[in-house]
Ligand binder design. Structure first.
Ligand code: ATP
Length: 132
């Protein structure tokens, strides 16, 4: 099976550094699928579910913000936050969801509303990733 080199890093450290067969990640323009020998590509990441195929097995993760760069069969995903599905604390995400909904309900300006909506999206993504 053809592969590409994938690095996944966040400010907290590295999450993966090795070969992968496929990466699907949410960008600001929607989901993209990266396969071996993808053409050069750089984009900003959105908040959503990520899926990585390694040795024929699919791993899922929640990813929020950052950048994706594809160059010469090297793929670098620099995420603001990234959690593998099995590392997600669902109760924490549920509490974050509840808090975000309360913040949305009492937001007094556009900035507060957008921040609360971003929190809600992160929490919903984390919950969703554990349910797939
Ligand atoms: P919370 O209010 O629960 O901290 P948040 O959306 O504000 O949620 P972030 O700022 O996105 O949290 O993330 C802070 C750090 O905590 C990051 O390292 C992120 O990976 C981790 N993290 C956040 N929520 C969870 C979760 N439910 N399970 C595991 N790790 C989490």
């Amino acid at each position: 099976m053809a592969t590409f080199h994938l690095q996944i890093v966040t400010p907290d450290g590295g999450f993966y550094d090795g070969e992968a067969e496929k990466l699907i990640v949410r960008t600001i323009d929607g989901d993209v699928c990266i396969l071996p020998k993808h053409s050069p590509y750089v984009t900003a990441l959105g908040t959503g579910t990520t899926s990585v195929v390694i040795d024929g097995k699919r791993r899922r993760a929640a990813c929020a913000g950052g950048m994706l760069a594809v160059m010469k069969n090297n793929v670098r995903l620099v995420a603001t936050t990234f959690e593998w599905a099995e590392d997600i604390d669902v109760d924490r995400a549920q509490r974050a969801k509840d808090r975000a909904e309360q913040l949305i309900a009492k937001a007094t300006d556009q900035r507060e509303l957008e921040l609360a909506q971003a929190r809600l999206k992160r929490a919903l993504t984390r919950i969703q990733v554990t349910q797939i």
